[in-house]
Write a protein that binds this ligand. Structure first.
Ligand code: MG
Ligand code: MG
Length: 254
């Protein structure tokens, strides 16, 4: 989507709300809580604000059925799109938990994800999260008006290579705003200078996913949950940003 002058305050407010909701769900992600309760919390917070959970009932391209929940919750070797409410699980000490949610505020959608560690966690998990978030920030820094999609991809890839993680290349970022997934697709690996030009007003979601092992993922029989092929752990961070003439504006930041 290319945001108009009227759209910008709406995506800003939607982004601010989503950031607060993800923060609240992250704080509730402690050992002993169920994913069903976390999903219910996300849904309540969204609806209390008068907004709409965008993922419930959404059928992505290629999926055989609509997504059944408000939020995606993905554990450890699960990379993205874990379903929290069909076979709820209890968060355990040390779990790496990805939280990914999309909200519709006044008709416009914003998308964000964070990964947290339940309880204390181990130092390797903390390093993985830190590197993935670093890649997100590097991708955002590269997403200036006039730059190309490949500049974002290359910036993410460079961090993954430098930190020695598997860079999930089969999934990536996307345009957002009018629907959950729009053009352009924003790969997590690529060549600087290549791909579509980023123009001021574009609203896009950037979402690196790193793993401790293989970059390859496979889809589970539920049709949604992607896991690493070798069972290694993964992390995922995502922001929706507004492309401007200069540095991008992060819409889903607190
Ligand atoms: Mg997302
Ligand atoms: Mg996304």
């Amino acid at each position: 989507m290319i945001a108009t002058k009227d759209d910008i305050p709406i995506v800003r407010e939607g982004g601010r709300r989503l950031a607060h909701i993800l923060r609240a769900v992250a704080e509730a992600t402690v050992p002993g809580v169920s994913t069903e309760a976390l999903n219910a919390l996300a849904e309540k917070l969204i609806r209390d604000g008068g907004d709409i959970p965008s993922l419930i009932g959404y059928t992505p391209h290629g999926a055989k059925r609509p997504y059944p929940a408000t939020i995606c919750i993905s554990f450890n070797e699960e990379v993205v799109h874990g379903i929290p409410n069909e076979h709820p699980r209890i968060v355990q000490e040390g779990d790496i938990v990805g939280l990914d949610c999309v909200v519709t505020h006044k008709g416009l959608l914003v998308d964000s994800a964070i990964t947290v560690i339940a309880g204390k966690g181990d130092s390797e998990a903390k390093k993985l999260l830190k590197a993935t978030e670093e890649a997100l920030m590097a991708g955002i820094k590269a997403a200036r008006g006039g730059a190309h999609v490949g500049d974002v991809s290359a910036a993410i890839e460079a961090v993954g290579v430098k930190r020695g993680y598997g860079i999930v290349y089969e999934l990536g970022g996307h345009g957002v705003g009018n629907s959950v997934h729009e053009e352009p697709y924003i790969p997590n690996v690529g060549d600087a200078g290549k791909g579509e030009e980023l123009v001021p007003g574009m609203v896009i979601a950037i979402e690196p996913m790193f793993t401790e092992g293989t970059p390859k993922v496979k889809l589970m029989p539920d049709g949604y949950t992607f896991v690493t092929k070798d069972g290694s752990r993964a992390a995922h961070f995502e922001h929706t940003i507004l492309i401007t003439d200069g540095p991008a504006e992060i819409l889903t930041k607190l």
